[in-house]
Design a protein around this ligand. Structure first.
Ligand SMILES: [Zn+2]
Length: 328
């Protein structure tokens, strides 16, 4: 997958907050974003590791949604692996926690209610979320060749470990295959998302999703860390033995949400990761009086790639995210 030319001339410094990081150096930089209503400064911590040898710049990003803890853990676990002290070539920029405010408040968003991942490319005059996006767009992305944005399901929705890539970018398609999460899903970048701006700036980007907001999921974290290692191994940036997956990756070409047609108590029968076939009872919605019970029946063969962990649901709520492979 290694390209022959890279965005950033390796001999030049990577500059953040006025600090110059040269080849062979490692730095931890505090990037100031702006103030919350109490006047406290919100900042991000960026780790920069640079090999003496030229190579690509890879950006690892966690916690753009502050309550998605697994993504944060993937970046910090990888940083703690010790592999970066001996980088063969290129540079790594890692921000484990983008949205510090959301992390403190167990919230996806910033205090102004804005989702950073819908505020790209950002601006210097806008909301805090927009300023945060602006810093990533202008301070980080100009250096970056490959980016991995690490997420979990939002709210009480669980996502089976999966990577999303853009079919328009053949290198991101390849990145998804190399990362080797259990599911690989082609999805157009969402407007004003990190991935869309990165794509527009020529940064090959994948988004990883694993587990649920607020909850630690060791399996999703390990799959994420292994995926990063596989990519860096493929780029010859680290030297490790090949990491063999215990599963075969399933390529998903279409996804739909199975939604609640009745309100009530939602009891799932099948869960994320399972293959389902026409006629399977995926779950049941019961009323709280013991009068009615409504089965949710599978209408098309596929895989459950995400499910709702809410015990009480409203009509129209998403229940199961079903992915359909190219070959059913
Ligand atoms: Zn997210």
């Amino acid at each position: 997958m290694m390209k022959s030319t890279f965005k950033h001339a390796h001999e030049l410094p990577i500059i953040m907050e006025g600090e110059k990081i040269m080849p062979g150096e490692h730095a931890v930089i505090k990037l100031n974003v702006g103030k919350v209503p109490s006047g406290s400064m919100i900042s991000m911590i960026a780790h920069v590791y640079r090999s003496k040898n030229p190579g690509p710049v890879v950006y690892l990003q966690g916690g753009i949604h502050g309550d998605e803890i697994n993504g944060i853990q993937i970046v910090t676990n990888f940083l703690e692996s010790g592999l970066l002290s001996n980088l063969n070539c290129g540079s790594i920029i890692a921000i484990p926690l983008v949205n510090v405010y959301g992390f403190n408040n167990l919230s996806r968003d910033l205090p102004d209610g804005k989702d950073v991942n819908r505020c790209f490319p950002g601006s210097t005059h806008g909301s805090l979320a927009s300023r945060l996006a602006f810093i990533i767009t202008n301070t980080i992305l100009p250096y970056v060749d490959y980016a991995i944005d690490l997420h979990t399901g939002g709210g009480v929705r669980y996502n089976m470990a999966q990577v999303r890539y853009s079919g328009l970018d053949s290198i991101s398609t390849e990145m998804s295959k190399i990362f080797k999460a259990p599911f690989s899903i082609e999805q157009k970048p969402i407007k004003n998302s990190f991935r869309k701006t990165a794509y527009d700036m020529g940064v090959h980007t994948i988004v990883y999703e694993g587990g649920e907001a607020i909850r630690i999921n060791h399996s999703a974290i390990n799959i994420g860390v292994d995926g990063i290692k596989r990519l860096l191994l493929n780029l010859s940036m680290i030297t490790i033995p090949e990491i063999v997956a215990s599963y075969t990756q399933v390529e998903i070409t279409k996804t739909t949400w199975k939604r609640a047609t009745q309100p009530g108590i939602f009891i799932w029968n099948k869960k994320s990761g399972e293959r389902v076939v026409v006629g399977d009872i995926l779950g049941t919605i019961e009323d709280p009086y013991g009068l009615t019970s409504h089965n949710i029946v599978c209408k098309e063969n596929g895989y459950i790639i995400g499910h709702n962990n809410a015990s009480v649901v409203n009509q129209g709520d998403p229940l199961f995210h079903i992915g359909y492979p190219a070959i059913k």
